[in-house]
Every structure is written in C-alpha cells, then in structure tokens.
Design a protein around this ligand. Structure first.
Ligand code: AMP
Ligand code: GLY
Length: 435
C-alpha cells in the first residue's frame, strides 16, 4: 500500500523506519519530512496543516493510508476533512476525528471526560474572564504548589507550576487579562499538583478495542538530573522498570479501559494512537494529560521495541479489527538520547553543518533525524531538537551508553545532549531493565 506520513520530527523518522520494514509498505511519502526520512521515503514539501496540498498529494500519488504524526493537523480536523471529501473518503486516515482530538486540544474537555468516566486525575476547576474573580479566590484558598494550564494547544508552554501564591495570582491574571497564551489561554484549568513520577503509556485503538504498546519514560528537562527548563524531550527509555505487573493492571483497569469505554459511549471516532501522560503517586496512577498521537522522543524507543508489522497494525486499527492483533515486545531495553541546538529550548541558531554522520560504524543503534535538512552533500541543523540516537541493550544503562558513544562521533556547532538519560535506573544493573 502507498502511505503518506505527516510530520517531520524524530517521531516521524522512527515511524518511517518502522513502516519501511513492512512488506505491506509500497511507496512511502513524508510531508514535510527531514534529512533522515529522505533516505527511506520521498519527502514532500508540504506543511502539516495545509489540507488542500495534502489532499492533492494523496490523489496524485494514489495514497491508501495517511498516518498523522503531530497533534496540530489532528486538532485542526484532518480526519474530518478526508471524511467530508468524496474523493478522499476511501483513504485510511490514522488519527482521531477533530472532536476526539479535543482530548488533547482542550485540557478542560479532557478533564471533564476523565471525570465522566472515573479516570483518576488531579482535582481542578476551569475559569475564563467571566469568572476571573472567582478564580482568584479559588487560587488564594488552594494549597501550593498549584498548576495553571492554558486550555488550548500552546506548543508545550502552556503549563505553569507555581510554588508561591503571588506568582500564581500574577500568572492567572496574565493568562486571562493579558492573553499570555493568546487564544489557547482564554480558558484556564487550575489544578492540584501531583507529586510523583511521570511515565508515558500508549495504545493503538479503533475506538472500541485497543492494543497496548511498550511503555516509556521521557526526560523533559534540559539539564542533568532533570533540572532547568522544559523541552520537547531530551531522551526516553523503555521499558520503565517500575511499571510492574501490579501497576500495569491498575493502569489498564482504571485508565485505559474507562477511556476507551468513554470514546465508545460518546461516539467519538478514533483510529490510531492514544497517549496517556501518567503521574504515578505512591504506586497509584493519575492521568496528567491525553495526547492524540505518539510522543516524541518516546516513539524512538517504543517502535524499535514493538515486534509487529506497523502497517499491519495500522490497517487493523483502520478496519476495526484490532481484536485480531497481538502485539509482542522485544525484551531488550531501548534508550534514545536527543542532541539539541545550543540555546534550546530558548533561542537557537539553525543551518549548522552536522559532521560525522557518514563515519558512524555499523551498529544496532539508529540515528533518527529530527530538525535536519539536506543541502547538497551536507546535512544541516534545522530545529531545536536535531538528532535522536536510539540504542538497545540488556539494561537501559547500556543502551544509553551506546547512544552517547554514537553522539560523541557526531558534531555540530553548539551541539548539546544529556548524558544521564535513565539515571534513576542505574542502581539495578542486574535486572534486565525490568524491576
Ligand atoms: P502537560 O502539558 O499537560 O504535559 O504538562 C507539562 C508538564 O507539567 C507535565 O509533563 C508534568 O511534568 C507537569 N504537570 C502537569 N500537570 C501537573 C500536575 N497536576 N501535577 C504535577 N505536575 C504536573
Ligand atoms: N514527549 C512528550 C510528548 O511528545 O508530548
């Protein structure tokens, strides 16, 4: 089958890499892709939210399946666009409808959904300019820390954790009175802070059945030992050693199944990946957020550990036959370490030559490109997150060391990466990465 993958980051390179391994994958296109996807597929210079151009490419290249990587086209309604257009309706679109994507696109919608289906989450209230004073009062009476969230998509910047009251009130005022996050912050979710350890869980669903993918943990802070500013993700590991059978059972029973039942009860059309951002507090799972897509960089460790033909899995989701599919996991641990541009997540420069890519020895590791582009013979940096090197091993620690080894052979001006991904799991090196 002919497949068009939408997106251009490390997640999409990993997806392209996995799709390419399938005998069911005929022509593969990526829009817009990067210098990595270009080695596996044909890149199309199309924006991820330009549905007219995407539709044109789909017809021109006789695409049978569109797999959507990032959230923006999903929240903007790419699934519905294909449904509403008679010449596109035959195409299998992997992603939720716009209405279902609101589980990511609106934090208030997600919280209300969780409450309706008894999915454990932090206590919260939502406020707009119309009940601003009530919100100020609510915050004043709320224990600290307190979490303020812009309701809509805010490029990962819309969450503020406040440790003091003055700051919380000031931020709340900035969001509602001074449009700090524009349209996305016209509604604010104010929620209780959960102290625990985060992890990411993924399923593929057809809206009634689901299959569980390997879990992962990502490292969002820019600095060693999870310090400094939040980023899109500096690395990830899978499996997550503390995600044992008992926790897994709780997550399935209390989070995954009620969520899928909710999708079905509300008639929400959903085909594809659903990502649960979890906070584990004293062995009890809480949902921090839903995402209607795979994570980046989690995909770069989840897909390599997934022992199934990805096209087959996607086809089963699209045709509502997921109940016939069993997913196996490779037992080896995987880790990915992300190399970023100097200054990221603040301002950074792009267009730096990446040296060493053609000198890396043949190993089991995979160099996934994120923000890169080709110019003639050279590969240049083209974003904050530039490369994501995934490696495998008997233990997370060995996989991380392998990725660091590869990254040290590469170079671009300002290049930076964390050397301590998976650091909290180094103490039990004997346990094959699983506690
Ligand atoms: P989100 O954009 O919802 O993923 O939030 C960004 C990050 O803020 C999450 O990955 C958590 O680290 C943190 N966060 C969000 N909500 C809470 C909460 N209720 N308690 C503690 N941390 C939170
Ligand atoms: N790594 C977190 C995300 O993709 O949202």
């Amino acid at each position: 089958m002919n497949i068009l993958l939408i997106g251009g980051g490390g997640r999409e390179h990993a997806m392209a890499w996995k799709l390419r391994q399938s005998p069911l994958c005929n022509a593969l296109f990526v829009a817009p892709g990067n210098a990595g996807t270009e080695q596996l597929a044909t890149n199309l210079s199309i924006s991820t939210v330009d549905f007219t151009a995407i539709a044109k490419a789909v017809l021109e290249h006789q695409i049978d399946m569109v797999i959507v990587g990032p959230e923006e086209p999903l929240v903007n309604g790419i699934w519905d666009y294909f449904q509403q257009n008679a010449s596109l309706r035959h195409v299998q679109v992997i992603g939720p409808s716009a209405e279902a994507a609101r589980l990511e696109g609106s934090k208030a919608v997600a919280k209300a959904f969780m409450q309706r289906y008894g999915v454990p989450t932090a206590g919260y209230r939502e406020f707009t300019i119309d009940n601003f004073e009530e919100g100020m009062e609510y915050i004043r009476n709320h224990p600290l820390p307190i979490v303020l969230k812009a309701d809509g998509l805010a490029a990962g910047k819309g969450v503020i954790i406040c440790n003091n009251m003055v700051e919380a009130l000031a931020e709340f005022e900035l969001m509602l009175q001074h449009s700090k996050f524009g349209e996305a912050g016209k509604k604010v979710v104010v929620e209780a802070f959960l102290k625990g350890i985060e992890m990411s869980l993924f399923v593929v669903t057809d809206g009634k059945d689901y299959v569980l993918l390997p879990e992962a943990k990502d490292y969002k802070r820019v600095g060693t030992a999870d310090t400094g500013l939040n980023t899109g993700g500096m690395g990830a590991v899978s499996p997550v050693p503390f995600f044992d059978a008992s926790l897994k059972k709780k997550v399935i029973e209390r989070v995954v199944e009620p969520t899928i039942r909710g999708l079905q009860a509300e008639g929400l059309k959903y085909t594809g990946f659903l990502f649960f951002g979890l906070m584990i507090v004293d062995q009890e799972p809480f949902v921090i957020e839903y995402n209607c897509r795979m994570g980046d960089p989690e995909t770069q460790v989840v897909l390599p550990r997934l022992d199934i033909d990805l096209v087959h899995l996607m086809r089963a989701a699209a045709s509502g036959t997921l109940h016939t599919v069993t997913v196996a996991e490779h037992p080896q641990a995987a880790a990915t370490v992300v190399a970023v541009s100097g200054g990221y997540p603040g301002p950074y420069e792009t267009g730096k030559v990446i040296y060493g890519l053609d000198q890396v020895p043949e190993t089991a590791s995979v160099i996934f490109h994120a923000g890169t582009r080709r110019q003639g013979k050279e590969v240049l940096t083209n974003g904050g997150r530039v490369l994501s090197v995934s490696s495998f091993g008997e233990h997370i620690h060995f996989a991380v060391q392998e990725s660091i080894f590869i990254l040290e052979l590469l170079e671009f001006e300002g290049m930076y990466f964390r050397k301590d991904i998976g650091y909290e799991f180094n103490s039990n090196l004997q346990t094959n990465g699983k506690a």
